[in-house]
Design a protein around this ligand. Structure first.
Ligand code: BUP
Length: 454
């Protein structure tokens, strides 16, 4: 008989790290003739999100946008924590508006795909509408093992005593877990982990932006019930290919650099280092003798990041920086930069999207995790042979300052490591195979879409 065109609604969470993979997934589904409704919580936290969204929607007119208007901010619970986590909470509190929105869509939905941070909020809603609900986990499968296990590891006073051990997999030591999870008191991140982690078992499936050849053991452990006995299938659909929809900003400086000579330095969209660490890093980059392109970030949220480079770096350092590299404060399309032939290395916080863009482009990584899932990701990155991680650098938080000499030495080592360069290219080929014709991720996604057609 006639197969119907599936109609799927996507609900991303706050921050570029969540929005970007959702946009890529939306584009991918659209290319498989799935009709897509993209629900956008409004307002967004950052300017980057709202700009990225509007560029995307212009480039993909076939994708329908529905706005979820967030309830006004309640001053009494104004946040002292991360503004992005707080926004998760805001979206959660506005979620009762979802039910009428979803049921008004035409044609009726075949399925919904929700960001992991809304698992516990959205599942009851989609359940009451009789709608299959898939959770999109926007980090690594390794991190997923912690996400679904965390609530089972809690001891008295909600503390964690042990490392996470899964038979057949390397442990996740406590020291690599997101620091707020180890606090005795509850905080937004910890509450999200517990509540959403518990509910993951009730979803129709879990999509992960990863692929077989880098996380086969972890994916097998998840799907064989070794992590948690009752888990729906975990479906690897990555690495999600970047979709260019932004007007490209050609950097003349980069075009003038020798092939593979430039280290790209950037720590994600929501990490601000201390002023002292920023200057130490700048000094280290200059002393390494390598060329570098450095995105300097002084505040967590881009709208507040208005201090001039001269003030952040100081005039003297800025002059030295200009001789060897390019420092800037504006938002550039990271994926586009990583694909530039002049880029030969990436000093990264190891946000999962950054890593997936690095392996997609075959760029060596020097890890410097800053918070959240980044140590777990950095470990995985090092194991697959994409780069190196100096664990003594810690979390890049405000307590320890990594000195310029250390940075200079480590940077020049990685830029001179030809073995890593070759390995990175091999990883790139495998990554592209996974999503090519007959690739493991392509097949999994096609099978999933087929179930929506019935
Ligand atoms: Br900053 C920056 N340009 O200047 P991650 C980021 N990005 O294109 P995060 C730019 O934002 P979470 C810039 O390519 C990536 O797709 C980048 O995501 C893009 O880290 C995304 O790497 C950033 O996952 O989010 O922002 O720390 O904590 O959720 O992982």
């Amino acid at each position: 008989g006639d197969l119907r065109v599936p109609h799927v609604a996507l609900l991303p969470s706050a921050g570029m790290g969540h929005l970007t993979p959702f946009l890529r997934l939306a584009a991918l589904l659209a290319s498989h003739d799935v009709s897509v409704t993209f629900i956008t919580p409004n307002p967004t936290v950052s300017l980057a999100e709202s700009q990225s969204l509007s560029n995307f929607l212009m480039a993909f007119p076939q994708i329908t946008r529905k706005q979820l208007h967030l309830l006004p901010l309640d001053e009494s619970c104004a946040n002292s924590e991360d503004p992005f986590y707080y926004h998760f909470e805001l979206i959660r509190r506005s979620s009762h508006l979802l039910s009428p929105l979803l049921s008004s869509l035409s044609p009726p939905l075949s399925a919904m795909i929700t960001d992991m941070s809304f698992t516990s909020t959205v599942l009851p809603i989609t359940d009451s509408l009789g709608l299959p609900n898939y959770i999109f986990f926007t980090s690594s499968a390794k991190m997923l093992t912690l996400y679904v296990s965390f609530h089972t590891m809690l001891g008295p006073n909600h503390t964690i005593k042990d490392d996470l051990q899964v038979p057949g997999l390397g442990p996740i030591p406590k020291s690599r877990m997101p620091p707020p999870l180890l606090q005795e008191s509850n905080n937004l991140l910890k509450t999200f982990f517990i509540e959403n982690g518990k509910k993951m078992t009730e979803s129709s499936g879990i999509l992960v932006n990863t692929y077989e050849s880098i996380e086969s053991e972890t994916l097998a452990a998840l799907n064989e019930g070794k992590v948690l006995r009752k888990l729906p299938s975990v479906i690897s659909i990555g690495p999600l290919a970047p979709c260019f929809f932004e007007t490209s900003q050609q950097l003349q400086w980069l075009n003038n650099q020798a092939t593979g000579s430039v280290l790209y330095v950037i720590f994600g969209s929501r990490t601000a280092m201390s002023r002292e660490q920023i200057r130490e890093l700048g000094d280290g980059l200059v002393r390494s003798g390598c060329r570098f392109l450095w995105a300097v970030k002084d505040k967590k949220v881009d709208i507040e990041d208005d201090e001039k480079l001269t003030e952040v770096l100081g005039e003297e350092l800025l002059e030295r920086v200009k001789k060897n590299g390019l420092a800037m404060k504006n938002w550039l399309n990271q994926e586009e930069i990583l694909s530039h032939p002049a880029i030969g290395g990436f000093l990264s916080h190891c946000g999962w999207n950054s890593l997936s863009e690095a392996l997609w482009n075959g760029v060596r990584v020097l890890a410097w995790p800053q918070h959240g899932d980044q140590k777990v990701n950095a470990d995985l990155m090092e194991r697959i042979g994409l780069g190196t991680w100096d664990k003594s650098w810690g979390w890049g938080d405000r307590e320890t300052v990594v000195k310029a000499e250390d940075i200079a030495q480590t940077v020049s080592e990685i830029m001179g490591n030809d073995l890593l360069k070759l390995q990175a290219l091999h990883i790139r080929d495998e990554a592209r195979r996974a999503v090519g014709d007959d690739g493991s991720s392509t097949k999994s996604l096609a099978a999933l879409i087929d179930t929506w057609k019935k």
